[in-house]
Design a protein around this ligand. Structure first.
Ligand code: GDP
Ligand code: ZN
Length: 373
C-alpha cells in the first residue's frame, strides 16, 4: 500500500466532530465538543472544548432549525479561532417547547419540604406539567434540615403512594447531594420548581463557578435572561448538562382532557392492570372505570380535568373566532359590489361579535384557563 493510500484511509477513518449545542444567540450556536481538541500553542498546549458555530446554508435551505440540546456534526473547525459550522443535526430524542431544548433526558423538579410549606396541590400541578412532556421526572425535596426524620419519612411514604421516589436533600447541610449528583451525571436535565425552594442555592453547589445570587428574584441562572428567551445548558463538573427554567409558582397546564390520566403514575398503574369499559373514558362517573377510586390524588385529577375541559372549550371558541375572521375576509371579497354603507354595517356587527369573543378569551387567559402564546 502506498504512503498516499495510507493517508487517504486515515483521512476517511477520521472521527466525526460531534458536539452538543449549549446556547443559541441570534445566528450563532455555542457547541460543546464531545472530546476536547488539543491545540499546540506557546507557551503550553490549549484545550479547545467549545466552538462558536454558524449553521450551514444547506441546513437553512431545508428548514433545519438548530436548538439548544441538539447533537450536531461540525465541519471545517477553525481551532485557533474557536469557530466552526454545523453541517448536520442528529435526530432528536425529545423536544421541549418551554424552555426550547431538545434531547432532554429528565426533568428535575425541586420543591422544599418547608419554608415555603410543601403544598401537595401545587406539587401535584408541577408533577402533572412535567409528566405531560413524556420525559422522565426526578423529584427532589430540599431543606430537609427543617423537618424531623419522622416528618421526612411521612412525606416519602406519601409520595411513594403517588408513584415517586423523592431525593431528599439539604443544600445547607450538604446532605443527599451526592445521590442527586449521581442522578444528573451524563444526562441533560432541565430544572424546574417554584421560587424560594433553593434552586439557586442548589445550582451554586452543583456548579460553583457560576456563583448565582441566592434569594433574589432576577439575576439568577437564566432567570433574568429568560425574559429575553435565552436558554442555556450549563456543564456539571461530574459530566452532564443542566438548564434552569424561569421561576414560576403556578405552571399552566395544556394537557388535553383525555391525556390527563396519563400524567398520574397512580392512574397509569391502574390502567396497566385493567382498562376502562369505554375507550374515551375520562374517569369521572363512567361505569366500569378502572381509574376512579380512593387514591389520594384522585380529587386533584378531577380538578385538573375540569380545568382541561374548560380550556378545551375556550380553545374551540378561539378557533370559532378565527374561522369567523377568515370567512369575513372571504365575504368581504364577495360583497365588493354592494353599497359601501351595507358593507360597513356588516363589518361593524361582525367586529363587535369578534371583540366579545376575544374579551371572553382574554378573561380565560387571565384566569389561567388558556395559555397565551
Ligand atoms: P430559588 O428561588 O428556588 O432559587 O431559591 P434560593 O436558592 O434563592 O433560596 C431561597 C431561600 O432558601 C434562601 O434564603 C436560601 O438561603 C434558603 N435555602 C436554600 N437551601 C436551603 C436548605 O437546604 N435549608 C434551608 N433551611 N434553607 C435553604
Ligand atoms: Zn375510566
Amino acid at each position: 500500500m502506498s504512503v498516499a493510500g495510507v493517508e487517504l484511509n486515515a483521512a476517511e477513518a477520521a472521527p466525526q466532530l460531534l458536539g452538543t449545542v449549549v446556547a443559541v444567540q441570534a445566528n450563532y450556536y455555542q457547541v460543546r465538543l464531545d472530546a476536547a481538541h488539543l491545540l499546540p500553542a506557546e507557551p503550553e498546549t490549549l484545550e479547545v472544548t467549545q466552538l462558536l458555530c454558524t449553521r450551514r446554508a444547506r441546513l437553512k435551505k431545508i428548514g433545519q432549525q438548530v436548538m439548544v440540546g441538539d447533537r450536531v456534526l461540525i465541519e471545517e473547525p477553525d481551532w485557533a479561532g474557536g469557530r466552526g459550522a454545523i453541517g448536520q443535526v442528529l435526530p432528536r430524542t425529545s423536544e421541549l417547547s418551554r424552555p426550547p431544548i431538545s434531547n432532554v433526558d429528565q426533568i428535575l423538579l425541586v420543591f422544599a419540604l418547608a419554608e415555603p410549606t410543601l403544598d401537595p396541590h401545587q406539587l401535584s400541578r408541577f408533577l402533572v406539567k412535567a409528566e405531560s412532556t413524556g420525559i422522565d421526572v426526578v423529584l427532589c425535596l430540599n431543606k430537609r434540615d427543617l423537618l424531623t426524620s419522622d416528618e421526612q419519612q411521612q412525606w416519602c411514604d406519601r409520595l411513594n403512594q403517588w408513584g415517586y421516589e423523592p431525593i431528599l436533600i439539604s443544600v445547607y447541610q450538604r446532605d443527599g447531594l451526592t445521590a442527586l449528583q449521581q442522578r444528573l451525571s451524563q444526562k441533560i436535565t432541565v430544572m424546574a420548581g417554584p421560587s424560594g425552594v433553593g434552586k439557586s442555592s442548589l445550582i451554586n453547589h452543583l456548579i460553583p463557578t457560576l456563583d448565582l445570587r441566592v434569594g433574589q428574584v432576577s439575576g439568577k441562572l437564566g432567570r433574568g435572561r429568560h425574559t429575553t428567551r435565552h436558554v442555556e445548558l450549563f456543564e456539571l463538573p461530574a459530566g452532564g448538562l443542566l438548564a434552569d427554567t424561569p421561576g414560576f409558582n403556578q405552571p399552566e397546564l395544556d394537557t388535553a382532557p383525555e391525556a390527563l390520566a396519563n400524567c398520574f403514575p397512580e392512574a397509569r398503574r391502574r390502567l396497566a392492570d385493567t382498562s376502562c369499559q369505554f375507550n374515551d373514558c375520562l374517569h369521572r362517573d363512567e361505569p366500569n372505570c378502572a381509574v376512579r377510586g380512593d387514591w389520594e390524588r384522585y380529587e386533584d385529577y378531577l380538578d385538573l380535568l375540569e380545568e382541561a375541559v374548560t380550556r378545551q372549550a375556550a380553545l374551540a371558541r378561539l378557533k370559532d373566532v378565527e374561522s369567523t375572521t377568515k370567512s369575513k375576509t372571504k365575504e368581504e371579497g364577495q360583497v365588493q359590489q354592494e353599497p359601501k354603507l351595507e358593507s360597513k354595517k356588516y363589518r361593524r356587527v361582525s367586529r363587535r361579535v369578534q371583540q366579545q369573543n376575544l374579551k371572553e378569551l382574554y378573561k380565560d387567559i387571565e384566569s389561567g384557563l388558556v395559555e397565551p402564546d
